[in-house]
Design a protein around this ligand. Sequence first.
Ligand SMILES: Cc1ncc(COP(=O)(O)O)c(C=O)c1O
Length: 353
Amino acid sequence: MGYFRENIEKMAGYEPGFQPSSADVVKLNTNENPYPSSPKVLEALKNITAEQIRKYPQPLGDKFRETASKILDVKPENIICTNGGDDLLNMAIRAFCDENRALAYPTPTYSLYPVLAQAQNCPIIEIPFDEEFNLPVKLASSGAALTIVCNPNAPSGTFIPKEELAQLAGEIKGVLLIDEAYVDFAEDNCLELVKKFDNVIVLRSMSKGYSLAGMRFGFGVANENLIKGLLKVKDSYNVDTAAIAAATAALADQQHFKNNIQKIKIDRKILTEELTKLGFQVAASQTNFVLAKPAKIRAIDVYEKLKNRNIYVRYWAYQDIKDKLRITVGSSGQNEILIKALKEILAEGQKNG
Ligand SMILES: Cc1ncc(COP(=O)(O)O)c(C=O)c1O
């Protein structure tokens, strides 16, 4: 018998996007925000005292909960602070799933979901999206204890209208977790469903829209009963003093946040148009990335050739997306470097082909 549980022996684990150590690269592979967080964040971090970090942090991140409750128009009791959105996914799978209680989700989607389910050793029900990434009808009758819908979805960038998710919440027997990690870049969101349904959890991340990927802060919004249950499975101090201070300052500065989002939306449009001109097929994105399928060259070859130029995008060898690249919307300058490199790569391909 090995040291590990059998399911842990068998699983591969999550593979994060490459984090190059050199700053001299164009990094468009992990959907970080290209713009810095609010200056208030650094101010808040500078104001942290040795006395504050001598002590444990607030177990529930009270300051953040209060600020978020005002901005989102919910009660602090409807919010759970988490060590990134990933922490909430982990808690939810631990709280709702086991060997007899399945996790369901449409595919392709965030590759962490199956990894967490494998660690929990629960059955996994994967239901493929159609070509247009519509919500699969079969999801409603899967019988899963927990259904996760990433909306907007990663890696497609597509958005499912909230009316359809409301219908799903009403139809399923278990809990519906709507992963809104990218919702800051979308035209709508599903927050109001937590007031209408007692089985809906909305996940939010401070990593993308608020430029705090390095701080690790996310949160969940749901009715009080669900939050109380989730609190039982969280690490005792899952968010630290610095992260609470940074996330609270970032969230409070809504003007800075809105300006950054606006810039990224404009650049997303330009990037989509430029890629389309180069023959890429690009799904309409409501996120800070685009999923792009090259026409006359394999996605993996484009990925490698970009990497040789110190430009990093994301490529997965999975069956349903191996012909595509996921490209984070960078700053205007980064996007221009990417497009210039792609033009050269495609021209080289024509010369050689
Ligand atoms: C779909 C999706 N959900 C959740 C997360 C979690 O983000 P974080 O833990 O940085 O808040 C990510 C991160 O990339 C993501 O892509």
